[in-house]
Design a protein around this ligand. Sequence first.
Ligand SMILES: C[S@@+](CC[C@H](N)C(=O)[O-])C[C@H]1O[C@@H](n2cnc3c(N)ncnc32)[C@H](O)[C@@H]1O
Length: 185
Amino acid sequence: MNPIQSSEDSREAKRAAGIIAYFRRLHGRDGDYGEALPYRLTASGAWAASRPEHLFNFFKRVDLSRFRLFIDLGSGDGVASCTAGLFTRSVGIESDPFLASRAARAARDLNLLSRVGFIRADFLTQRIQAADCLYIYPDKPIDALEKTLEGWDGTLFIYGPHFPPKRLSLMEKLRRGRETLSVYT
Ligand SMILES: C[S@@+](CC[C@H](N)C(=O)[O-])C[C@H]1O[C@@H](n2cnc3c(N)ncnc32)[C@H](O)[C@@H]1O
């Protein structure tokens, strides 16, 4: 085994464990969001959080580090953007002010500010085509997003099975426990 590679792997695993523990604490019964599951209605829809341990596993399996820029469309409290920041430069876009500020706080707490940033906005108004890799855990059908992405040649990751796209082609579906990550081009 290459000793340099193995010490890099263990550094990455340690940083991942820190991010997973941070969000599991926030999302847990004794976390900041109270007794309920992390869930909240927002002006643009509904927030529910991706599971950080599954995200890390999925991002490793798709080798997220081959992408230049990851954008999470509707980034909630920042769990996916922060996890992606272990692999590449990452931006989260979220319209809800409370969640956007929680996400910025998470990036600060986790010392990820050099690679992870957040924008409070409607992602449909932003230049999301600049990313070569987009992620969404959709809270509603994604027809408007698909229209915005016409002619874009990047990769779209969709967490969960509820709102599959109508026009994009499915390349791969990853499963872990009850969670799925679908890869579209
Ligand atoms: C199911 S949550 C996913 C949160 C986060 N991506 C994650 O994986 O944990 C969907 C989020 O998208 C946000 N959202 C929905 N439509 C949006 C839009 N057009 N612009 C910005 N945020 C949006 C909602 O406010 C909500 O926080």
